[in-house]
Design a protein around this ligand. Structure first.
Ligand code: CIR
Length: 254
């Protein structure tokens, strides 16, 4: 079965962490409506939703992706780089516990799930402002006995590795080459985002389906030209909190 863990948008989202964006007012009701459409799409695509209730004191808690790395064999609970986000982990751990064995990263490691791109049996890990080399090393110690290679990747100018690159089909990466060097992903093919749409690289694969942001039509045309079809999703309110499509769910096959 395929599960999608999500969490209701917090009323505190206006106090979210921001790294590269300028703070703008976020309409919580609109963010919740857009998020609910995203959740219904995940359900339509065959996911069983595990929907966590609002965390009124945790502004960024809708971005559940950052608190766990999901492998087929194991869920690794992270130690998020922003201290304000560390209290998000425990409730997601409770949701994961019935689905997968759990392991945890420990201090001094920091790692956000948004920095981890799984492609085949390789975990590419962004060395961002949120993820340090201890985070990469501890993830490697947990994942390499399971047969995964773990590679640190430099990212520049954006929050997470998956802001800069995601996998849109087997071996095919959607990438913004300004933020990550495609040479870090040997053996892959690439579609580059339209240069006018730097944030367009974050797409979400759910089984054989692909979800892309409604906000980036020129990049969507590039994906169509590469023979891909996809569902368009509008998460424009959460984008003001530097969130995108992958951030709002943890997809678990169990
Ligand atoms: C943060 O700065 O942590 C949140 N405002 C945004 C997190 C987005 N998560 C993601 O890209 N995986």
């Amino acid at each position: 079965m395929r599960f999608a863990i999500t969490r209701e948008v917090s009323h505190a989202i206006g106090r979210c962490e921001l790294t590269h964006a300028i703070r703008q007012p976020i309409d919580v009701d609109r963010a919740r409506r857009q998020h609910a459409v995203y959740e219904s799409l995940l359900e339509r695509l065959g996911c069983t939703l595990v929907r966590l209730p609002e965390e009124p004191d945790l502004p960024d808690s809708v971005f559940v992706e950052d608190v766990a790395v999901i492998l087929k064999e194991l869920a690794v609970l992270t130690r998020p780089g922003a201290p304000s986000r560390r209290p998000e982990v425990a409730s997601v751990a409770r949701a994961l516990e019935p689905l997968l064995p759990l392991a945890s990263l420990k201090e001094p490691a920091t790692l956000d799930g948004g920095d981890v791109l799984l492609s085949g049996r390789t975990l590419f890990v962004g060395l961002s402002s949120r993820t340090n080399s201890e985070g990469v090393d501890q993830l490697r110690a947990l994942a390499s006995p399971l047969g995964y290679a773990v590679e640190g990747v430099e990212v520049r100018g954006c929050l997470h590795l998956k802001t800069a690159v995601t996998e849109v089909a087997k071996g095919l990466l959607l990438v913004n080459p300004e933020w990550v060097d495609p040479a870090a992903f040997p053996g892959h093919r690439f579609v580059e985002v339209d240069p006018a749409e730097p944030f367009a690289a974050n797409a979400l694969r759910v089984g054989d389906d692909l979800l892309c942001s409604h906000a980036y039509p020129a990049t969507r045309r590039r994906l169509e030209a590469a023979g891909l079809s996809f569902h368009s999703v509008d998460l424009s309110e959460l984008a003001k909190a530097e969130g995108a499509l992958t951030c709002c769910s943890l997809i678990v096959e169990a």
